[in-house]
Design a protein around this ligand. Structure first.
Ligand code: GLY
Length: 367
């Protein structure tokens, strides 16, 4: 079972394949892109024992030689040390300008390897093989690559589009439920930001999808990627519409900062809570129907997900301190906080015109 979403970006256009059996046929799928049958794979210590042998066998089957670098798993890998290690390893492996690098893992590996590919020899091609739901529906598509700085997440990076994305939903079978549901926060985001019908579909089908239904997983990943591709095609470098993809993220980034980017709150969990808070803010401002916030809350509860600030273990700073943390978001323009709000579910827009008092009320009520 295989679906294709095309990302139409002129001479940087590429396909995202979504389905089953993509890992086992990765060699044949990648071969047409290569100028010589040689790739370098960068992965992490979680993914390598689970899936690297499968990928290597698929490459062998297509006569593609390969070598692999396995980095420690986790957010700390998105930093200068592993970046220079990756670039120097790629140079030692004699990866040339016309070769391709494979980013094999979740969002951390995708962002790091994409950035390494962007700067190696002033840019080499790379292929994303995302193994988490979050990476399949969001970070592997659209060409945002980055590492983190002490000043904040993703502050050092480049736009560099992949040449191919292989999203094999079978790889999602090895995720913990918590990691799957965190990725689901980004899936729900797409329904809320641009497709009320998809949100309705998720209300009916997401529980079965979380339980392992492969067809529903393919549908949800495909619809999410299609929406992302449409937005990226309109606004590749985030001058306008691409900011819609940050629905829930202004709240989320403050919460991640307040919890020290730790296991207390995964990024996708923060996105889900942030989306619920954005729905609340939209309704308070009279932009969306009063029932929308409770609908989002009810769906998160049904999914067994965190929906409120009080669902985050441990203490959080007070509302004023959280608002202050939002002000440090890199999406702040001219000192003004930018929010993605909704004129009803499925109809998001970007605004800087939100009174702090309304935001404080939302934070206090979510506690
Ligand atoms: N994850 C947001 C974006 O790709 O723009």
């Amino acid at each position: 079972m295989r679906e294709t979403v095309h990302v139409p970006l002129g001479d940087r256009a590429y396909d995202v394949l979504i389905g089953t059996g993509l890992l086992t046929s990765a060699g044949d799928l990648i071969a047409p892109l290569l100028r010589r049958p040689r790739v370098a794979i960068i992965t992490d210590e979680t993914v390598a024992p689970l899936h690297l042998a499968t990928l290597e066998k698929a490459l062998d089957g297509a006569g593609i030689t390969h070598s692999a670098l396995t980095l420690p798993a986790g957010e700390a890998t998105k930093s200068w040390g592993p970046l220079s290690q990756s670039v120097e390893w790629l140079l030692a492996e004699k990866i040339e300008r016309n070769d391709a690098v494979i980013a094999f893992g979740g969002g951390v590996i995708g962002d790091l390897v994409g950035f390494a590919a962007a700067i190696l020899r002033r840019g080499v091609r790379y292929i994303q093989i995302p193994t988490t739901l979050l990476a399949q529906v969001d970070s592997s598509v659209g060409g945002k690559t980055a590492i983190n700085a002490p000043q904040g997440k993703n502050l050092i990076g480049a736009f560099h589009q992949p040449s191919l994305v292989l999203a094999d939903v079978e790889a999602l079978g090895t995720l913990t439920r918590r990691d799957f549901l965190a990725g689901y926060g980004e899936v729900m985001k797409y329904g809320l930001l641009g497709d009320a019908g998809f949100f309705e579909w998720l209300e009916a089908n997401a529980p079965a999808m979380a339980d392992g239904d492969v067809e529903k997983r393919i549908h949800a990943v495909k619809r999410s990627v299609q929406m992302k591709a449409d937005i990226v095609a309109r606004d590749e470098t985030e001058q306008g519409d691409r900011a819609l993809l940050n629905l829930g993220h202004t709240f989320c980034h403050a919460l991640e900062n307040a919890t020290g980017y730790s296991d207390r709150l995964l990024h996708g969990e923060g996105v889900a809570i942030g989306c619920a808070m954005a729905a609340d803010l939209s309704s308070r401002l009279g932009l969306s129907p009063q029932e929308d916030p409770s609908r989002v809350q009810a769906h998160l509860h049904e999914m067994g997900m965190r929906a409120r600030l009080s669902d985050i273990p441990g203490d959080l700073p007070d509302a004023a301190a959280l608002l202050e943390l939002m002000g440090q978001d890199k999406k702040v323009i001219d000192g003004k906080l930018r929010f993605i709000l909704m004129r009803g579910i499925g109809n998001a827009f970007v605004t800087s015109d939100v009174a702090s008092e309304a935001v404080l009320d939302v934070i206090r009520d979510a506690a």
